[in-house]
Design a protein around this ligand. Structure first.
Ligand code: SAM
Length: 229
């Protein structure tokens, strides 16, 4: 993998290397000019194998699914904005995919580009030590990942679920799937509503809902602790 950083100012033709100008119609801030953006992309483009991305809070929300798609591309060009952002002809004229990393506004697109880069790069074969670990990550299966534990088996009175110490791989796989469903139901019901569930998943979901409707002593104790605090 090769990652290069380019300065938009390299594609200016004036003495001061100006990349921005005042907005038509007035108003605060400066707008990034079309010429350096178009010329830079044209200089870096390798033909149809290049995919142009403009980082923008107005873009489509960046997701794990998009990260997976981008990881299969041969060449990505990520354009980072500043100030009031890009002249609107830039993403349109370049046929760019506009991506947002969330509903908040950053000062510039550099951090957004790094977020996209990091999520994409770890999906490229050979990057992660154990590629299997990316397959169970949150969002990959449409659900949040199951809770993870490591040694020691008990820490400050908190015990690791006994099934994980049982060595029974089938029981562990079932527990993990069920806890992934429970966690997604509790924290991201929107994801669960969109997830494609198997027959076993539906069975596990029904078990989770039943357990949540009649909470165990342990979970009631936890709830009391939270309320008391
Ligand atoms: N005036 C713009 C608007 O209201 O949509 C915001 C411009 S922002 C201050 C400057 C640059 O930061 C943008 O051009 C973009 O590249 C980047 N940026 C800010 N928030 C972002 C987000 N949530 N996702 C991706 N890029 C973002």
């Amino acid at each position: 993998m090769e990652i290069r950083v380019h300065d938009l100012r390299s594609w200016t033709h004036d003495r001061h290397h100006v990349v921005d100008d005042m907005p038509y119609g007035g108003g605060a801030g400066m707008v990034l000019k079309p010429e350096p953006a178009f010329e830079s992309v044209e200089a870096l483009c390798r033909g149809p194998e290049s995919r142009v991305i403009v980082l923008s809070p107005q873009g489509i929300p960046f997701t794990q699914e998009i990260a997976g798609e981008l990881a299969r591309e041969a060449h990505l060009i990520l354009l980072c904005g500043r100030y009031e952002g890009f002249d609107d002809r830039i993403p349109r004229g370049l046929g760019a995919l506009e991506l947002s990393i969330g509903d908040y506004v950053l000062t510039g697109g550099e951090l957004a580009a790094l977020v996209v880069l990091d999520a994409v790069v770890r999906l490229v074969p050979g990057v992660l030590g154990d590629a299997a670990s990316a397959q169970t990550d949150s969002f990959v299966t449409g659900l949040l990942e199951y809770p993870q534990y490591t040694r020691p088996p008990t820490y400050r009175g908190m015990a690791v679920p006994p099934v994980l110490l049982s060595g029974d791989h089938q029981a562990i796989a079932r527990w993990r799937r069920k806890e992934a469903i429970r966690r997604t139901l509790e924290r991201r019901p929107d994801l669960l509503a969109r997830a494609v569930l198997s027959e076993l998943d539906r069975e596990l979901l029904a078990e989770v809902e039943e357990e949540d409707a009649s909470p165990s002593e342990a979970s009631m104790k936890n709830e009391k602790l939270t309320t008391d605090n």
